[in-house]
Ligand binder design. Structure first.
Ligand code: ZN
Length: 371
């Protein structure tokens, strides 16, 4: 082999070093975030989840710090040139050339680690303080609201969404007759002011420990329909910490169908109870994740009894993007051993915004046809 060939062969060996073990040697402590994806703090830049590797594609990414193959990863973390990175990866000096790799000064590594630990402790302290405060506020708000039975919220579900309150357990839904609706302040573009007080359905977002971390508000008009808001903004809004929780619509069983909104999830439940999805899903239990991002999150945790997870996919948003988004969470849960599947509402592939339907629309149509 000539010198050049030996050098090229050495580079090729560096490029094909297993990315996971290389990341570990570089000091990364990563957790599973998908079937072939691992995520965690960057050994160089810190953070909590900015650094990820894909073991199938053999690539890394550091949010804000770049990405690429295994050699790029070593260059990023060690802050060194290409040859030095290859030396680190192969554990060999370049053939017939001078070594360029300098082991990082242990003193610098120690300092960097300490700085990062201080930063992380401080951030974790602030985050947990904020979360604790949100749990207090959300729980207090929820406790001040009334049960939905006999309120406009019950009318809304029954009359406009086709879901009688007897069809599910609604302990985590409540009602307030007058809840402030905030909107843009015409006097001050930065500020927000109260634009009115309206009836409001409140749904509790609970974390895996059962604590209420956030509240999903659905503002209602006096006729029991979804409110036409004074500024044209959404009548459905989250409050406090919404990510990482789910809305419990009944005790969760072995089969869990997870939808986005309360209405679409309950629409699917009604269809399932009718036997629309076959006999084995008649007894399925349901919960709402509120948003697509939360639904799709690989970090969302489910109670231990869940063996079968069905993602409810609405048909009123871009079908390809929606499924792409959910895939990450689906892969992560499949990797945990859950039986994962999708139940997709009919989609119009072109006019999905206006012609596509969510599971509540489908239920209402079926109920109308049957009547
Ligand atoms: Zn980084």
């Amino acid at each position: 082999m000539t010198d050049d060939l030996r050098f090229q062969d050495w580079i090729d060996r560096a490029k094909t070093v297993d990315i996971r073990s290389a990341a570990e040697r570089l000091g990364a402590r990563l957790k599973k975030a998908g079937a072939a994806e691992l995520q965690g703090p960057c050994p160089k830049c810190g953070g909590t989840d900015r650094f990820s590797i894909h073991t199938g594609k053999h690539v890394f990414n550091c949010r804000g710090g770049g990405g690429g193959g295994v050699v790029d990863m070593a260059m990023h973390v060690l802050d060194c040139n290409f040859v030095a990175a290859c030396e680190f990866l192969t554990n060999e000096a370049p053939p017939d050339r001078a070594s360029e790799y300098r082991a990082p000064d242990p003193e610098i590594i120690r300092e960097r680690k300490e700085e990062r630990r201080d930063e992380q402790t401080e951030r974790a302290r602030q985050e947990s303080g904020k979360l604790a405060e949100n749990i207090r506020k959300a729980t207090d708000l929820f406790n001040r609201a009334a049960p939905v039975i006999g309120t406009l919220a019950e009318d809304y579900l029954t009359d406009w969404r086709g879901i009688p309150a007897t069809a599910f357990e609604h302990a985590d839904l409540r009602f307030m007759n007058e809840f402030p609706y905030m909107g843009a302040d015409p006097e001050n573009p930065e500020g927000r002011i109260e634009l009115g007080r309206f009836p409001c359905m409140l749904a509790a977002m609970r974390n895996p420990a059962g604590q209420i971390t956030g509240i999903k508000r659905t503002y209602l008009g006096r006729d029991g329909r979804k409110l036409k808001t004074p500024d044209g903004g959404s009548a459905k809004l989250g409050l406090y910490t919404m990510a990482g929780g789910i809305i419990h619509l009944m005790p969760i069983g072995e089969t869990l169908a997870l939808g986005e909104g309360v209405e679409t999830t309950l629409g699917w439940l009604m269809l399932a109870r009718e036997g629309m999805f076959g006999p084995d899903l008649r007894e399925a239990t349901v919960a709402g994740a509120d948003s697509l991002n939360n639904l799709a999150s690989p970090y969302l945790e489910f109670p231990g009894q869940v063996r079968r997870l069905i993602y409810l996919v609405d048909g009123d948003s871009n079908p390809v993007m929606t499924r792409q988004t959910i895939l990450k969470g689906a892969e992560a849960n499949r990797a945990l051993g859950l039986d994962v599947s999708f139940s997709c509402a009919p989609t119009d592939p072109v006019h999905f915004k206006t012609m596509g339907r969510d599971w509540n629309d489908v239920w209402l149509e079926c109920a109308r046809v049957a009547a």
